[in-house]
Design a protein around this ligand. Structure first.
Ligand code: NAD
Length: 301
């Protein structure tokens, strides 16, 4: 099975490297020359455009940062749908609005190209060692055919339902993470004002009903950063990407006529962090930034 992999950033690099190390033939494309260059030592082949990559691949995987990048790579003049032949499967693993894989599936169906949406949860380490959680939408038969490949990238692989439902599930998941993260940040500052030590709050809350992924994964990271005196967090889940996912959730919720007041409020807090120049920081930076993230500070940002 020949794989084409597009988007070799924080996540895609480790995912493509893992596929190469598991014996897959992988051709890569990224608009950044440094990103593609870093995979050559692992045996990756290069393609000049997404179209050229699709021409020589049985399965094309995308792992791109935004809806705009996904649309350019899939639907563009030199895009995947132009190069792919009947029988090719496109697996969109980027976190994008569900309309994008639905549209790709509609366009692909005209020329025999099958599409799955399969966004992931998990950071760089899980990308590299193939232990991501993967949520998949699309035809059951296509899902089954790609299952071995998906299991190389993730140890928890779920078929959620029809095309777009993997993307929908991912947005719902990230809405919870985004809100939990700021909840943890506010709680830790309240704890500090009450004379509680962050380490003690972390240890007790993770064994109590305050437990969450944001607490377990992000608080140790924030404490470690504080003690190391570093000014930047290590690459992780950037505030920019979390903001993007909350914005998608709000947009879909509003167009479905739902009350999205809490998500909209939290979105504006992430926006403030971006205005303060923290967009590329891991979301654990919300803890340190919290005292400055009052919406009353908007004018100063
Ligand atoms: P990233 O910004 O680190 O990497 C994206 C890569 O895509 C870069 O190498 C960039 O050069 C390339 N790229 C951007 N636009 C392009 C274009 N038009 N054509 C070709 N290449 C292009 O992003 P990431 O952190 O790897 O995230 C990728 C996706 O995975 C996002 O949708 C994100 O929401 C999702 N995700 C990220 C994490 C995480 O922890 N970082 C976890 C789960 C899911």
């Amino acid at each position: 099975m020949k794989i084409g992999f597009i988007g070799l950033g924080v996540m895609g690099h480790g995912m493509a490297k893992n596929l190469l190390q598991n014996g897959f033939h992988v051709t890569v494309y990224d608009r950044s020359k440094d990103a593609v260059g870093s995979l050559l030592p692992f045996g990756a082949q290069l393609a000049a455009t997404p179209r050229q990559l699709a021409e020589i691949s049985d399965v094309v995987i995308t792992m791109l940062p935004t809806a705009a990048a996904e649309e350019e790579v899939v639907f563009g003049e030199h895009g995947v749908l132009v190069g792919a032949s009947p029988g090719t499967v496109l697996i969109e693993m980027s976190t994008v609005p569900p309309q994008i894989p639905r549209r790709a599936a509609e366009s692909g169906a005209v020329c025999g190209i099958e599409v799955l949406d399969a966004p992931v949860s998990g950071g760089t380490a899980r990308a590299e060692n193939g232990t991501l959680t993967i949520m998949v939408g699309g035809a059951e038969e296509t899902f089954r055919r790609c299952l071995a490949l998906l299991h190389t990238m993730g140890d928890k692989v779920y078929h959620v339902g029809e095309i777009g439902s993997g993307a929908s599930m991912k947005i719902v998941n990230n809405l919870m993470l985004g809100i939990n993260m700021v909840g943890v940040a506010e709680a830790l500052h309240l704890a500090k004002s009450l004379g509680l030590k962050p380490q003690a709050v972390f240890e007790i809350a993770q064994m109590s009903s305050g437990e969450s992924y944001a607490l377990k994964a992000k608080v140790p990271r924030a404490i470690q950063k504080h003690h190391s005196g570093k000014t930047k967090t290590e690459p992780g889940s950037p505030i920019d990407l979390q903001h993007k996912d909350l914005a998608i959730a709000c947009q879909i919720g509003h167009s479905n006529g739902l009350n999205m007041d809490l998500t909209s409020f939290v979105l504006s807090i992430y926006e403030l962090a971006q205005k303060m120049g923290a967009g590329r920081e891991d979301i654990s930076a919300m803890i340190e930034l919290w005292p400055q993230l009052s919406l009353g500070n908007t004018a100063k940002a």
